[in-house]
Ligand binder design. Structure first.
Ligand code: FES
Ligand SMILES: [Fe+2]
Length: 431
């Protein structure tokens, strides 16, 4: 391991109680260290089991700088393999997803099974006498954890267990999955994939940021300050702007929550009030009630959660339901993958409605997400200036309320961002 260009003491000094140094967004040496100490250690979201239902199904993705393949093997096991040929190094699989019985490297044709075992090499008589195929299997990620179809992996052999990391966030995954009449969701409607010229943490901070909405997304509200409807069955969205362009009181009441490890969520706004209705929604509600009972269905359809962040790379969005993966590519370049969620057991019409609305809000050329991407891009440019080194995250500092391990605060404050940087510092300073 090379001596890092920045030492632990320097890193600790970049994070203060209510502010962070701009270098966390702009310094390539810090990015390198993030790939090693944060993405190289943390539990990272890989994908969803519905993407690899049948033996031979696979997806490819990246965990930090490691290209990986998630496969369903012949014996039904889920595998997360390092996508690097053990001969001379190329990615063995180049497609984003597909179905194959065997995985063959394009360079010289070495062929592996879907658990990474090297099956054969062309011209085997050319191999050295001691060549042993068992030593050339694809490497596997050291640790895998799954909860209700959500697959996570850690590139570190040891560290926080999956349960320690994810335990407090299981209820947030339940909140989404329980909305499906069959108690199961699927990622099978494609995804939106795009890049922005900014640091990955700008998107991570933003998923729980309720402060920006009335301003960044002002173009999405009508003259009475109400956002357009973003869910099947809603006539209109949330009231976010009051007279004179001020943030609406209803919006200011929203709360944020943190539970350690950088995770957090925001509460739901009063969108429901029993008014949600449409032929597709009513039919979905009836199917859900027939499966889980009327009172449980009512509970499920009165969600308490809006957006959730499972630090560091995945968020579950509760309004236009989707799962968002954040992939750092360089200190100033980030990829975002947005997966529409299909509620298994709901009608095609209901699920199609969700995809249609997600196209309106979170496609690369949509009403909502483009506003955020513009903020991230401008932030990355502004943060190049060293005449002001500090980024302020002090809103609500000292006003956090903690009970039973959960801290809460107004969602227009910045407790969740401070919690993310507390976790960031823990990962980055642990040697
Ligand atoms: S590099 Fe993969 S088969 Fe040679
Ligand atoms: Fe936004």
């Amino acid at each position: 391991m090379l001596e890092p260009a920045i030492n632990t003491n320097d890193i600790a000094q970049l994070i203060e109680p209510g502010r962070i140094h701009r270098r966390v967004y702009t310094d390539p040496a810090i990015f390198d260290l993030e790939m090693e100490r944060l993405f190289g250690r943390a539990w990272l979201f890989v994908g969803h089991e519905s993407q690899i239902k049948k033996p031979g199904d696979f997806i490819t993705t990246e965990l930090g700088r490691y290209p990986v393949i998630m496969t369903r093997h012949d014996d039904g096991t889920l595998q997360v393999l390092i996508n690097r040929c053990t001969h001379r190094g190329p990615k063995v699989v180049n497609e984003k997803c597909g179905h194959r019985k065997q995985l063959t490297c394009l360079y010289h044709g070495w062929t592996f099974d879907t658990a990474g075992k090297l099956l054969r090499v062309p011209v085997p008589e050319g191999c050295a006498p001691a060549f042993n195929t068992d030593k050339y299997n694809l490497a596997k990620v050291p640790r895998i954890g799954c909860y209700r179809g959500f697959v996570f992996a850690s590139l570190a052999q040891a560290g926080l267990s999956f349960d320690e990391h994810i335990g407090a966030m299981k209820a947030n995954i339940d909140d989404l999955v329980d909305r499906a009449p069959d108690g199961e969701i699927a990622f099978d409607a494609g995804m939106h994939r795009y890049l922005y010229r900014g640091n990955w943490k700008l998107q991570v901070e933003n998923v729980l940021d309720s402060y920006h909405v009335p301003f960044s997304h002002a173009s999405t509200v009508s003259r009475d300050g109400v956002q357009f409807a973003r869910r099947e069955g809603d006539e209109k969205g949330t009231k976010v702007v009051a007279e004179g362009g001020r943030t609406a009181d209803e919006w200011k009441k929203r709360r944020s929550f943190t539970v350690g490890h950088g995770h957090g969520w925001t509460s739901n706004t009063a969108l429901d009030e029993g008014k949600r209705a449409s032929p597709a929604f009513n039919q979905y509600k009836a199917v859900l009630a027939s499966k889980v009972g009327a009172s449980r269905a009512q509970q499920i359809l009165t969600p308490k959660l809006h957006n959730t962040l499972i630090y560091p790379n995945v968020s579950i969005m509760g309004l236009n339901i989707h799962v968002r993966i954040i992939k750092p590519l360089a200190v100033d370049l980030t990829e975002v993958n947005i997966y529409p969620v299909r509620l298994v057991g709901a009608s095609d019409e209901m699920n199609f409605g969700n995809i249609r609305l997600l196209n309106v809000t979170h496609a690369a050329a949509s009403f909502v997400q483009t506003d955020d991407l513009e903020s991230f891009t401008r932030a990355q440019i502004g943060l190049q200036s060293d005449l002001n080194d500090w980024v302020d995250i002090s809103r609500g500092l000292g006003a956090e309320e903690t009970a039973d391990g959960v801290s809460s605060e107004f969602a227009t404050h910045e407790m969740v961002v401070r919690a993310q940087y507390a976790a960031w510092r823990d990962y980055m300073c642990a040697v």
